[in-house]
Ligand binder design. Structure first.
Ligand SMILES: [Cu+2]
Length: 231
């Protein structure tokens, strides 16, 4: 009998302990589920014409804008321009996304550098990503100029994220005009350089035959991904 009573005591203590533990677990679970969950969009970036580039982009909507992480692999080291295009798929890229109708020839800065007081040249002019020797690059920033499903002038859902073979100057809008290789090779030096007094006259023509590290528009397109809401 004494043994049975002891066993009962142990069982009751066990039940109380389990209830206590379960109860403790329930409190934080309920707190988490009542918190608002961030809206997240993603894009899987695939190569264009055998470039070998792959990557992912994640866009998390927060109170003050969208937090962005873009990761690419298999690219040449150096700068690569990133834009948002308006096409329906990576087979139908379309022009740069410029909902604000920025007048052609406007100077400015890309989205990565822009803050509320200093808006970007266009909401589709994202910025340059830096790729290291291993062919990998990460660009992380937060912007108040984008939303996930908000105002059409800020909504990045359904846009195409485009990676280019060189960096972009982001100096004038628009950059979307097509450039053939001959134009690229013979184009003027695109990075402004300082002329101290007494500098002898010299040509600004870029005569190099390799692809420059930075071009207006970023040269050929090498990677593309469609931005969609994460389920
Ligand atoms: Cu582009």
């Amino acid at each position: 009998m004494a043994f049975k009573r002891d066993t009962r005591k142990v069982i009751i203590i066990l039940i109380i302990a389990i209830c206590l533990v379960t109860g403790c677990e329930k409190i934080p679970t309920q707190m988490i589920t009542t918190e608002s969950i961030d809206k997240v969009a993603v894009a899987t970036i695939s190569e264009i014409e055998g470039s070998g580039l792959t990557g992912t982009a994640t866009f998390t909507e927060m109170d003050e804008g969208v937090h962005v992480v873009i990761e690419i692999q298999g690219a040449t080291s150096g700068l690569h321009a990133i834009h948002l295009h308006t096409g329906s798929s990576c087979d139908d890229i379309g022009p740069h996304w410029h909902p604000m109708e920025v007048p052609a020839g406007t100077s400015g800065i890309p989205v990565v550098q822009a803050v509320l007081d200093t808006p970007p040249i266009g909401v589709g002019e994202v910025g340059n990503i830096t790729v290291g020797e291993a062919g990998m690059g990460i660009l992380e920033f937060k912007t108040p100029f984008w939303s996930l499903g908000g105002d059409p002038n800020t909504d990045i859902l359904g846009k195409l994220i485009m990676i280019h073979e060189t960096g972009d100057t982001f100096l004038t809008h628009p950059h979307a005009q097509p450039m053939n290789m001959q134009t690229d090779i013979n184009m003027e030096t695109v990075q402004p350089h300082f002329h101290p007094p007494g500098t002898p006259a010299h040509s600004h023509t870029n005569t190099q035959t390799t692809i420059p590290t930075i071009l207006p528009g970023g040269g050929a397109k090498i990677g593309c991904g469609l931005i969609t809401l994460k389920e």
